[in-house]
Design a protein around this ligand. Structure first.
Ligand code: PLP
Length: 427
């Protein structure tokens, strides 16, 4: 079976590959925390004729003619996203979350300035100062981490260590403090970041790449009143097209816009911007708030079921869409790499991830990151996530036995057949 969206493609090789990917996405479980299923409206807008148009610049200030309609499209996206988050200004042109972050740094900082951000091996993103990222070559990063492991459920450990954030801020006087993470299961409160920044005269960027949809749906606190700038991706929990966006206070508007174009990028992807506009409207509907709440409820049920199977969760639980699983309590010999590969063979798509103070390398790891955003879009609820935890445990216990993995893969396919995200559009 092919995707119902491929009917216009006149290229057999590409259509064949898309059919294979359609089969993969609809017959295996998508548990990668940064992925989702975009709606047919988002997909169609992203495949629209707006891809034909060059529109360097911004609405009303373009370097090319013929942009009257494109200006309205981009203005619509900007209006919708500023209303969604209650922000003064929006830039919807970043091609990705990483581009958005680099543009923010370029807008607010001079080369060599100090940025205080989360350590990569404790949940931070590559653009938060990885040696492999251009960010660490232009700016000086100091990294904060999480508190030590603590198995007391009333005082979970492995949460952002605000004493550490404050001590480092006082010692290093950063120009910018970055809140936000890529592998962190707890709610991130923007208030203490603002307070610490005010104490040392720093700016605050909230990197909401993962949780933008939870914020839009009211399941997480909105950082916009506390942060100078909020950067995010549009394709993770926000469930839009692949891309980035930045909302900010009015005082930073001009600098953000010139950092994105011409600072970082050339012509904007107006087809992607149209798809972003569609996604921003979808995220403003009451049904999206229900979706955001369900993502979190599903993650909590998933976590409880994983603990029931003998896994340990980093920070003891979750308050968002993702779970960071420490595999060592389940099986001391099981690495993240081996778990990811065994689960792949069982039709369960995840990614290995370092856990705080991981004794293994980032390529091997002792952890696994899973998320509920995509399969919640497909209609799965607490009961299905309980079932998924059982399937994961069976696959990992039987990882040396192809018959066990094949059996799990069959049960996964049955589950996915009952929860096809695009089912109502295929008939
Ligand atoms: C995913 C992510 C990004 C980067 O987004 P891309 O679209 O992959 O470039 C930036 N910051 C955080 C915290 C992320 O999780």
């Amino acid at each position: 079976m092919a995707s119902p969206f491929d009917a216009w493609i006149r290229d057999e090789e590409v259509v064949t590959l898309l059919a294979q990917e359609w089969a993969r996405q609809t017959s295996t479980l998508q548990l990668i925390a940064s992925e989702n299923f975009a709606s047919p409206s988002v997909l169609a807008a992203g495949g629209s004729i707006l891809t034909n148009k060059y529109a360097e610049g911004y609405p009303g200030r373009r370097y090319y003619g013929g942009n009257a309609v494109v200006d309205e499209v981009e203005d619509l996206a900007r209006r919708r996203v500023t209303a969604l988050f209650g922000a003064d200004h929006a830039n919807v042109q970043p091609h990705s979350g990483a581009n958005a972050n680099v543009a923010v740094y370029q807008a607010l900082l001079e080369p060599g300035d100090t940025i205080l951000a989360m350590r990569l091996d404790q949940g931070g993103h590559l653009t938060h100062g990885s040696p492999a990222s251009i960010t660490s070559k232009y700016w000086h990063f100091v990294s904060y981490g999480v508190t030590p492991r603590n198995d007391d459920p009333d005082h979970p450990g492995e949460v952002i260590d605000f004493d550490n954030v404050r001590d480092l801020a006082l010692a290093h006087r950063p120009r910018l403090i970055v809140a936000g993470a890529t592998a962190y299961a707890r709610r991130i409160d923007p208030v203490p970041f603002r307070e610490i920044a005010d104490e040392v005269g720093a700016l605050v960027m909230f990197d909401a790449a993962h949780v933008a949809g939870l914020i839009a749906g009211g399941a997480h606190p909105n950082p916009v009143p506390y942060a100078d700038v909020v950067a995010f991706t549009t394709h993770k929990t926000l469930r839009g097209p692949r891309g980035g966006a930045i909302v900010s206070r009015e005082e930073w508007a001009k600098r953000i816009d010139s950092a994105v174009f011409p600072g970082q990028q050339g012509g904007p992807l107006e087809h992607a911007i149209a798809a972003k506009a569609v996604a921003f409207r979808e995220a403003a509907q009451p049904s999206f708030s229900q979706y955001a709440a369900q993502i979190v409820a599903n993650a909590q049920a998933f976590g409880a079921a994983l603990v029931g199977q003998g896994f340990r969760l980093v920070s003891g639980g979750t308050e968002n869409h993702l779970l960071l699983v420490d595999l060592r309590d389940f099986d001391v010999d099981l690495t993240g790499k081996e778990a990811q590969e065994a689960l792949d063979r069982a039709g369960i798509t995840t990614n290995r991830n370092t856990i705080p103070d991981d004794p293994r390398s980032p390529f091997v790891t002792s952890g696994l990151r899973v998320g509920t955003a995509a399969q919640t879009t497909a209609g799965m609820r607490e009961a299905e996530f309980g079932q998924i935890a059982g399937l994961m445990a069976r696959a990992l216990r039987g990882r040396g036995d192809e018959a066990v993995l094949a059996q799990v893969r069959g049960e996964v396919a049955d589950l996915c057949a009952a929860f096809n995200p695009y089912a109502s559009f295929t008939s």
